[in-house]
Design a binder for this molecule. Structure first.
Ligand SMILES: [Zn+2]
Length: 452
């Protein structure tokens, strides 16, 4: 059972599914008006390894992550470039998914677009106005936060202490500084939707609360995002649900930021601030390793040095995978693999302590190599198998293991047997079958190797 720090309580507790074994996860996705950068990469990698890990333990995850395709920033860029907001959003959304794919991030189960849920948003805002928790001004509709019980839960501050430290912009018509816009009335030439309170568009906080409830239902398991979204974004999502008496996320998770510390990113790595250039210069798996080497709530330092160290670690994993494949040993060593897996999971279940968890796996890599060196094949295979499976559970797949299904590996075995029996016709036929399936075949002293 995964125990996870909950931002709302400030302590760890078991992450419960809405139903046993089913987790509903909502993660705030991108506002698409620029190229995805390393900060985006960190949050996307964090929720990707969380999801993969849960799935590796048999839990099913419904992962909903939105695309904010209407926003002031999109409109401003569209105006500056004399094109439509929809064109801007489409372009940057395509860049977003390309970057996610290059990092090996699984697409969310559902990707709602804010513009597809405007009717539901208008309805929710209407309800808040009817209940007198929201009010109309000349430029929009605002939620009166003083009417919401427990406002400040995620900020872990009362409304009074938030006010004391506030630097919120002055708006004469707002009843209080922290009241926030649910609806923004359209200025001329802005994209707008009809609503009883005037043509306009939804505010960002309204988008997420509506899509999360629509797609995951009330009392869903987990809401996540970067630490920078805790307040006011998540607080304000939650405030709307609370105001309507609708149970919202049962657990809140926030990941830390990327820092560039002593080393200046621009000097040491060129312009490795956007994900596309990071992936161009480094093994695409390296950033995932760096992210896993920090606890998810701590800042991650991204430097050329730690990306290179991650690449070196990946070479060890890849080499072990090759060694295992070439040895063709079957793991058989009293509970050794199970112990590695149990140790790994114990650390993951302790608030996703990934630095310790992957430490367990690297120890198993070392032990597997020494067992191979001693010609203890069965022990080596057991350790290597457990290590590689553990890495796969957090999304690190050894090259060579990448997507070659067992059925194809079985053909490779058959081919080796045919060659050993000097049945060249059969060996050639089997090679053709493997190639026809879209794989590359290489003859090595250890036998047939197959690559995607
Ligand atoms: Zn959000």
């Amino acid at each position: 059972m995964l125990r996870l720090h909950d931002t709302a309580t400030g302590s760890e507790s078991v992450l419960h599914g809405q139903e046993e074994g089913h987790i509903g996860l909502y993660v705030c996705g991108p506002t698409v008006y620029g190229r995805p950068h390393i900060g985006h990469g960190r949050f996307a990698l964090t929720y990707d390894f969380l999801r993969r890990y849960l799935e590796s333990t048999g839990v099913s995850v419904r992962h909903v992550s939105n695309v904010t395709d209407i926003d002031d920033k999109i409109i401003n860029l569209a105006n500056a470039e004399h094109r439509s907001a929809a064109e801007v959003a489409e372009q940057y959304e395509a860049e977003w998914w390309a970057a996610m794919d290059s990092l090996g991030i699984a697409p969310p189960t559902v990707v709602p677009h804010a513009t597809a849920y405007v009717d539901e948003m208008v309805e929710m805002i209407g309800e808040l106005v009817r209940d007198d928790i929201a009010y109309e001004t000349s430029d929009g509709v605002y939620l009166e936060v003083a009417r919401v019980a427990g406002y400040g839960l995620l900020a872990q501050q009362s409304l009074d202490s938030l006010r004391a430290g506030s630097r919120v912009e002055i708006n004469e018509e707002k009843r209080a500084p922290f009241d926030f816009a649910l609806w923004k009335k359209a200025k001329p030439d802005e994209p707008a939707w009809p609503a009883p309170f005037g043509q306009g568009r939804p505010g960002w906080h309204t988008e997420c609360v509506v899509m999360a409830l629509a797609l995951l239902g009330e009392g869903f398991s987990l809401h996540g995002g970067g630490e920078d979204l805790k307040f006011p974004h998540h607080e304000n999502e939650r405030a709307q649900a609370v105001a309507l008496g609708r149970p919202f996320a049962r657990h809140w998770m926030h990941n830390g930021m990327v820092v560039q510390g002593g080393e200046k990113m621009s000097k040491s790595l060129g312009n490795v601030v956007d994900l596309a250039s990071l992936v161009e210069r480094h093994d695409p798996r390296a950033y995932r390793v760096v992210v896993l080497q920090s606890h998810y709530r701590a800042p991650t330092e991204l430097t050329t040095g730690n990306l290179e160290a991650a690449e070196q670690a990946l070479r060890r994993i890849d080499a072990l995978a090759r060694r295992l494949e070439e040895a063709r040993e079957v793991g058989a060593a009293d509970g050794v693999a199970e112990r590695v897996t149990a140790d790994f999971r114990a650390r993951m279940d302790d608030d996703l302590s990934t630095p310790a968890a992957i430490g367990v796996l690297f120890d198993a890599v070392t032990a597997a190599n020494s067992a191979f060196d001693r010609s203890d094949g069965p022990l080596a295979a057991a350790l290597a198998g457990a290590a590689l499976e553990g890495f796969e559970a957090v999304g690190i797949v050894a090259s060579g293991r990448q997507g070659v299904p067992d059925a194809v590996l079985a053909l490779a075995h058959e081919r080796d047997e045919a060659r050993a029996a000097r049945d060249w016709a059969a060996a050639d036929r089997l090679r053709d079958d493997i190639v026809a399936g879209g794989y590359r075949v290489e003859d090595t002293p250890a036998g047939t190797r197959v690559y995607r």
